[in-house]
Design a protein around this ligand. Sequence first.
Ligand SMILES: [Zn+2]
Ligand SMILES: [Zn+2]
Length: 126
Amino acid sequence: MKMLNEINDIVIAPHFKLSEFACPCCQQVMLHPLLLEKLNKLREMVIRPIFISSGYRCPKYNLKVGGIKTSYHLLGLAADIRVEGISIFDLLEYAESIEFPGIGFYEKKNFLHLDVRPTKHARWRG
Ligand SMILES: [Zn+2]
Ligand SMILES: [Zn+2]
């Protein structure tokens, strides 16, 4: 049904739609404005589309993909992103310059986990 395909189909920032952050299993979504603001800054720096491979996750979906119980994806504070045509190292440098509080560097899988956790900064490699 067309109506349902339009759920979350709302432009929320110059380069992002709400639907890009929705849980793939249920289309529920939570999104912190600071995460969106920082992603939009990153988008303007890389001048390429940012593909959100995982934004908000409901508890069921988080379990399915093997996310940890305390994942910031459950709170709308995290996004996993991939950008074509730029090295993952350059992408990491841009993300660092925007000061995302949490950055997971997944070199082999070619993506970054970015979050706006309220606690102290965290950096890790996956
Ligand atoms: Zn879900
Ligand atoms: Zn993640």
